[in-house]
Structure formats: structure tokens, C-alpha cells
Design a protein around this ligand. Structure first.
Ligand code: PA5
Length: 435
């Protein structure tokens, strides 16, 4: 079980505060579990963790194996909830530089269609030069502009390279089972497809083919990911008390918000966690930021960002709280050597491991920030493995649903996202959006 430690928020809150909100947490959890709250037509993600491998998962693994054997590169086209989860998973498990040295048998994985940068597109073109590639186009609505443009370009490239029939065998569409332009295209063109259930919103879709196909292509064992998510569901859905880390986290963050802490920084000392922070940021940002409410979610990488954001956290406006993520240290160690001249003055650390220094940096940072008046929640994730990945995804999704209901907002819509789209479509002259 993920361990949530709230002992470093007690300077700002007290146990009676937490006990006073316990009823609200229980009610929010019940609303979610019984499906009686706003947005209850989007609770399909609660049913995604399964004990036994489904036919869809089997098909995902078969497709992934095929892609691994016939592609140097696999391009994942999507944005928002159709992009962040798979990238988060792959970077957390394999590091930010996971593509280096990869090729057929274990393809490189690039992400496209998550922006409109021509420089980004040109870079992808360079990376694909002379490479065999396949792609997954992921869009629940099937009409999102950014991935649609990237997909059109990549499909054209595939058709030029492999012919129309060859291209068809290299395109995988992940979308709604019935609706939308992508579903229609896939049906007409005969691409292999996977389903985003209509009742699971984009940011809650990582445990569908959206996350599972790219993970499987990267060589992550999706059966273990699912086993971790299933175990998490059994544990966190059923424990209805403050012993549940979901209750502790959601209760404390809502109490902190009420006391004026309106920014949460999710931090890890693992560089590979950065995109996981991005996934969490979207999950909580889109779910809670509405009706003039919401904690602004920010993510940071320590110790790197202690040399950029550290000053602000330590002494800036006191409207921040932090959630620090910790994992068990890996088996393979780096031991600091000794140096005869010791010009860098580091001999006091010779023989010590990098983990030892990292642990002290964590403890030192924690103490400094608490002294500076910043409440810090710590989360001990335990060992980082495929099961843990699944557990973390489900854990944070559940936390988000419960937290949003405590806040009193619908966790499953995102009406605000449409505003920029409407303006952009008007400026682009899209039919139906004339001023
Ligand atoms: O969480 C969400 O619903 C959004 O972030 C969507 O995933 C994102 O806008 C992409 O939408 P679609 O999958 O329809 O292309």
C-alpha cells in the first residue's frame, strides 16, 4: 500500500481539523462508488482494472509484438489524456533517454500530435528518416486538431513508403467504439482498432489501450501493470477510513486549500517521474479547476528544481504546499570514490552511495521547507516496478475523483478547454465557427 505521511503538515493543521472533514471524505468516496454524483456517466474507469487478462489486452500484446518486430520506431499520436499517460509510464519505467540505442525488436517511441510546433514536426521528420515505423493514432473524439494534423501527415508518409495496403498494416487507431471521425476512418480503411470506452474520459483512460499499447510496445508487462491496478482497486476502494491513503491525501489537500494553500507542487527525486507529474497535473487540473475553484497543480523535479524553484518555495508567498514522492532505492548502486588530491572536498563522502546523499537531500529539503512554513505531504511508493505503475495510476485517479467531490465540482468534465478551441477555429475559418 502507498504510504501517505502527513506529519509534516501539523504545523498548519491539526488532527481535529482532519477528523472534522472525515465525514466529507466518506461522503465523497460514497458518491463516487455509488455513482450518484455529477458526471456519473463517466465512471467507466472504475471498472478498468481487471483480475484476468481480457481479449482486448491479448490483442494489444499481439499488436505490440508485431510492432516491435517490424518497426524501428513507433509513433504515438495524441494529446492530453490521449498522450500523457503512456509517455509518463514509459519515462518512469525506462528513463527520459529510453530511446537511445533502440531499434527493431525494441523500437524507439516518439510522441506526436501533442502540439502545433513546426520545429517539433521537423525534428520528428529527421528522426524518422530511413526508419521503418508504425503508428497509433489516439483520440476519443476523433476530431482533435493537433493529433488530426499530425496523423494526416504521418499517414501520407506511411502510404508513400509502404503503399496503401502496407500502410494499413502499420496504423492502429484507438478511439470510441462507435462514434467520431477516427472510428469512421478506421472502419473505412480497415485499420486495427482498440477501444476507449465511452464512459471513461481521456484523463482517466491510461488503463485502456491508450496507455497499454504504447507500454507493451516499450516492453512493459501490461499484465503486471493491470495486476497492480486491480490490487489497488481492491485495497483503496474498500478501505473506508482515515487508514486509507486516498482519504488522508484528499482530506489534507482539501484542508490545506481551505487554509489558503492554493498551489500544490508534486515533486520527485527521480528525473523519470517528470512526465508522471505531467499526467497528474492534467488529471487534477482538468478535474478540479472549474467553478472558480481548484488547487493549481505544478510538478517539479528535485534536486534539479531546488536550484530554480527552491527559493520561491522556501521564502516566496506562503500559498504553496508540497507532495513529495519517494521510491525505494534501486538495487544497482553508485559508490562515490576517493581522490588523493580531494580538490573538490568530496572525500568526506567517499565510500557512500549516491542513494545515501539523495536521502539526506530529501530529509534536508523536507526540514527546510517545513521550517519555511510550507506543509509537506510525503508519499512512499515502495519499489518501482510494473505493478507499482498500475497501482499509482489507479490510486491517483481515485484520489482525484474523491478530492473533486469534496471540493464540490464535477471531476469528469472540462468545459473550459473548449474556449481556446472555439477562438482558434474561428480564426482558422473552420466551417460552422464563422463569427
Ligand atoms: O482528458 C481529456 O478528456 C482531454 O485531455 C482529452 O484527452 C484531450 O483533449 C484529447 O481528446 P481526444 O482524445 O478526444 O482527442
Amino acid at each position: 500500500m502507498i504510504k501517505v505521511d502527513i506529519s509534516n503538515v501539523w504545523g498548519q493543521l491539526s488532527l481535529p481539523d482532519l477528523l472534522a472533514i472525515e465525514g466529507e471524505i466518506a461522503a465523497a468516496h460514497e458518491t463516487l462508488a455509488k455513482g450518484t454524483g455529477e458526471g456519473n456517466d463517466f465512471l467507466g474507469w472504475l471498472k478498468l482494472p481487471v483480475e484476468k487478462e481480457t481479449p482486448e489486452m491479448l490483442r494489444i500484446r499481439a499488436a505490440a509484438e508485431h510492432i516491435r518486430q517490424n518497426s524501428d520506431v513507433f509513433v504515438v499520436v495524441g494529446i492530453g489524456g490521449s498522450y500523457l499517460g503512456p509517455r509518463a509510464a514509459i519515462e518512469l519505467m525506462q528513463g527520459c533517454n529510453h530511446n537511445i540505442g533502440k531499434g527493431k525488436g525494441n523500437p524507439q517511441i516518439f510522441f506526436a500530435g501533442n502540439g502545433l510546433s513546426t520545429r517539433g514536426w521537423n525534428e520528428l521528420m529527421r528522426l524518422l528518416e530511413g526508419k521503418d515505423f508504425s503508428l497509433a493514432v489516439i483520440s476519443k473524439s476523433g476530431t482533435t486538431t493537433e493529433p488530426a494534423i499530425a496523423f494526416r501527415g504521418l499517414k501520407w508518409m506511411l502510404e508513400r513508403k509502404y503503399g496503401t495496403d502496407g500502410a494499413k498494416k502499420r496504423i492502429y487507431a484507438i478511439t470510441d467504439p462507435c462514434k467520431g471521425a477516427l472510428r469512421q476512418m478506421a472502419t473505412e480503411e480497415g485499420w486495427e482498432t482498440f477501444v476507449i470506452p465511452p464512459d471513461a474520459g481521456g484523463r482517466y483512460s491510461v488503463l485502456t489501450a491508450v496507455g497499454l499499447l504504447p507500454m507493451a510496445v516499450a516492453g512493459i508487462d501490461i499484465r503486471k501493470v493491470m495486476a497492480g491496478a486491480y490490487e489497488a482497486k481492491q485495497t483503496y476502494d474498500n478501505l473506508r477510513s482515515l487508514e486509507n491513503p486516498v482519504w488522508l491525501y484528499t482530506g489534507i489537500r482539501n484542508l490545506l486549500y481551505r487554509s489558503g494553500k492554493c498551489i500544490e507542487i508534486l515533486e520527485s527525486f527521480e528525473p523519470g517521474f517528470k512526465m508522471m507529474g505531467g499526467w497528474w497535473q492534467q488529471l487534477f487540473g482538468e478535474s478540479e479547476g472549474k467553478d472558480g475553484k481548484g488547487i493549481f497543480p505544478v510538478t517539479a523535479e528535485f534536486t534539479a528544481d531546488l536550484h530554480s524553484l527552491g527559493q520561491m518555495i522556501q521564502q516566496g508567498e506562503r500559498n504553496i504546499f508540497e507532495t513529495m514522492i519517494r521510491f525505494d532505492a534501486p538495487q544497482q548502486k553508485m559508490v562515490i570514490g576517493s581522490d588523493a588530491k580531494n580538490l573538490d572536498g568530496l572525500n568526506y563522502l567517499s565510500g557512500k552511495t549516491l542513494d545515501f546523499v539523495d536521502e539526506k537531500a530529501f530529509l534536508g529539503t523536507l526540514a527546510a521547507h517545513v521550517d519555511g512554513g510550507v506543509p509537506v505531504i510525503t508519499m512512499d511508493m515502495g519499489e518501482l516496478n510494473d505493478e507499482k505503475l498500475g497501482e499509482m495510476f489507479y490510486f491517483f485517479e481515485l484520489c482525484c475523483g474523491v478530492s473533486a467531490y469534496i471540493l464540490g465540482v464535477n471531476p469528469f468534465n472540462q468545459p473550459g478547454v473548449e474556449f481556446y478551441k472555439r477562438n482558434m477555429f474561428q480564426l482558422l475559418g473552420k466551417p460552422g465557427y464563422e463569427v
